[in-house]
Design a protein around this ligand. Sequence first.
Ligand SMILES: [Zn+2]
Length: 251
Amino acid sequence: MNAYSSLLSPIPRVVHGFGDKASLMPERLQSWQMTLPDKKQVHGTAIGWVRRPGEAPGELDGVITDVPGILLTVLTADCLPVLFCRRDGRRIGAVHAGWRGLLAGILGQFAATLDAVGDKPSQWVAAIGPAAGPCCYEVSQALVDEFRQQLPLSAAVIAPRPRHLDLAAIARLQLLTLGFVAVDTIGHCTLCCPAPGPAECLRYTSFRRNSQQRERDPAHPSISGRNQHSGLIMLPDDAAECNAGVDVMGK
Ligand SMILES: [Zn+2]
């Protein structure tokens, strides 16, 4: 069962989901996979519009569209996926925000992209998805210090534990500062969150955890091709809701 945002779910004719290890592409989005833009994420701050299914917009860490029928996703494995939707469901966006992107201001770039077309952040909702949590995401003190110098946020928000970044809290406060008022956090740590069920298995693909395993055992497989997608789509007018896997029981 993939995770969903209670802010995005009520928006009409917009379907979204956050992937996990068992379902890298959220089940509701799978039938739209062929419309996915072929972008390359580079931990940068570039946001680009896409308007044709399957187009190749180059190196982008954020995508935005006003065209129904194009699935937008970002790939993550510890970095933060942030999904955006205008409240009327007429424009959507998805941003890949790791520590580099947050520090370099990718969320501000997304807000600037909205401003360029006359939208205000308050007209949109934002949903922050699963990422490495402050329980596990240990970094150097130098990086924590860099965040404190660059961002006008309190030390307790940036690193609630010594040398442990809280990416979701940083993103949330950045979004609120930019003028977003409806911000949801779907909070599970990708390093330590257990999968539902009795098996000893973790729920998400984690780059950090995988790297640690490979340090101990060089034969351990890499996560290449196993990042999880988080994304959303505006359904085209002629799409039956059941095409996207929405519950149609009783209809
Ligand atoms: Zn954790």
